[in-house]
Design a protein around this ligand. Sequence first.
Ligand SMILES: Nc1nc2c(ncn2[C@@H]2O[C@H](COP(=O)(O)OP(=O)(O)OP(=O)(O)O)[C@@H](O)[C@H]2O)c(=O)[nH]1
Ligand SMILES: [Mg+2]
Length: 745
Amino acid sequence: MELRTKWNEKTELVQQAFEQAFTLAENVKDELGQYVTIEKEIDILKSQQKNWQQNRFEIVIVGEFSTGKSTFINALLRKEVLPSKVTPTTATVNFIRHLDDGPGRELAVVHFQDGKTVDVSFDELDEYVTEMSKKLEVSSQVKYVDIFIDSPYLKDGVVLVDTPGLQALHPEHERITKEQIKKSNASILLFNLEQPGKQTEFKFLRELADSIDRIFFVGNRLDGVPEDQIQEVIDILEGALKQNDYQSVPVDRAKLYPLSALQALKSRDTNVKTKHWENTPVEELFSQSRFGNFEQQLESYLFDGEKAQDLLRAPYLSILNFYSELGRKLAEVKELVAGQIDIEQLEAQQQRLMDEIELRKIQLKNDIMQLKNLFQDEIRASEQDFNSRFDKLVDDIKESVNQVISNEELEEMIQHEILSFNNRYELLFTQSVDDLAGRLNDVMRQRLDGFEVNVDTSTIQIDTSVKANLAIKNTKKLDIMQIREEVEAKFKAQQQDIEEDKELLKQKIEAEANLKFKQMEIDEMKKRHDEEIAFRNMLINRTSATKKEYGVIKERTLWFDKKGFRDVKNEEYDLLIEQRRRIMKENEEKLSTARREQMEAMFSSSAISSNFEDMEDFREAKRELRHQKEATYLQQVSEHVQAMDRALEKEKRRILRDLESALLTKKRDYRSFLRDLDALKIAQERITQYTEEQDQSLAESQKHLEERKQLIEQNTNEQARISEIVSNIEKVISAENARIQIEII
Ligand SMILES: Nc1nc2c(ncn2[C@@H]2O[C@H](COP(=O)(O)OP(=O)(O)OP(=O)(O)O)[C@@H](O)[C@H]2O)c(=O)[nH]1
Ligand SMILES: [Mg+2]
């Protein structure tokens, strides 16, 4: 604050010098008012004084989010005004100003993007400046906020600017921040010593190359770095400042100030709630923070450095300028009263001036008559040019639209085309206006030397909004899956038929196999039966073969003994016959059962009727069906695609129709601009203005002539008196000049 006191003393001196100059001017007006006019010079000096008084020391603080920008500003202000949280907080650009520069009480004025403003109290600040706001989307809705605070730090025109974290900067905020840095006296790029050197920080620097000599590099959160690592971190960061891929900082500017904003704030505002340093005494905390050192550096830069010197020099130079003008006028007075200038000479001069001006006026009146037609030709040519270039723009859009092959693409294309049309249209419009202005100028210059017709392009509002119904009607999309399903459904019955038929075929094949088996069984049975019976018969018939093998089995035995001739029935033979009979019966029964079963199998086999003769038939049918399905599917897809194409073409035609009629109004805009443009009137205005200026300067010089005549015609006494007044004033001026020279050095 010591330097500030000194600075204030210096500004006090500047103020006094201004007052001295104005007093002197008043003096001249009082004493010599009828001989010299210095109103113009006084006005200039007054406006220079005003500029000087409005000087601001703006300090912008930038950095990644959560590096502690808001906390840093709070520490400078010595109280916790700005919201600060662990998560991204500040969402807009905040100008922190002294309340005397605003409403005279503590208050924030929120400026919205749409131009509206609203006054809010500090308790509501969170809702208007932070990411956490529940009321607004602060970063996109709020342009900037002026926060007026009663803080000694903000006296003498100091303004602090708090900004959102670099990586999430809204484009409008980025624009304001950069612009502000360019015109500010000092900016601070805050690093986080705990996570030093992010890419975004250096990238950001790159765009501020020409402000680098006014940027201070500060490393915050010193308290989080272990004592033995502090120097290492500083070295790394300073090294990165000197050399990195984006924007290297000149060696003499690449100094890093390490500090802890939170410690400083805590030591200055006991209401600050943090879990750290509960029991550390305030002085110790502040000294740990190393905040004091940087604060002093900043202050000496602002109030004692080269920039400060420049600031002081400017008003003094204005005052010196004023004195030299005054001196010139007074010197002339002196010459006149000393009889060094001849009155007739002065009058002849004035007459020449009058004649010249009169002649020029007459010439101008003649020339302007001829301009009208020439202008008209140029305007017509300009319209033709515009129209043909405009048609080209429309053709380009048409071509692009025609090349579109899908609905989605159409939508995207239209948006893109309109955007690009708007840009190109705006360019075309301004170019055409500029061209026309150039052509009119050429004409004017050829006719009237030294005159320019200025078509004021800044007032031309180019409406680039294209009002047409360009919403794409959502025609059906190609849904392959759905078409698949539809085709499947369509062939479902046929598919089922085939499957059923296949089932029948399977059953039939089984039944036939069964029948075959039965026949084989019967054949086998018959064979066995015949063999057995043949064998029995062989035994019974006593063939020579059986005789040898089994002996002879006779039906009866006849022999002759004492008792006479005997004829005995052979029991074994009967048994054999009986066996044969039984076997035949049994086999017959078995055979008939088998025959019955065979019949049954035959019936069931013939009852099953399938369309398929065999499995190959089934496979063939299946193949056929698959081919049919595939063909149907392809046909349907192609029908869909064709329908979509037709819809797209229709949509394109509609869009183009709407677009063309909308664009046509844009074309007419230029025509109506031309119709409203009264070039001749502009030319005439310029000429009128010129003649008025000439008349005015003629009047001034006439007045000056009168003043001088008066001086020359005064009696010698009066002349002596005037001469003395002038000498006295000259003395004051030269004393003041000398004093200011010293101040400047
Ligand atoms: N330990 C420590 N914490 C700090 C320091 N400075 C700030 N903080 C804490 O870091 C967090 C972020 O601080 P802010 O001041 O909100 O940081 P900012 O840069 O304004 O953040 P944004 O507005 O989100 O870009 C808060 O929790 C602060 O208390 C410091 O020097 N030391
Ligand atoms: Mg912040």
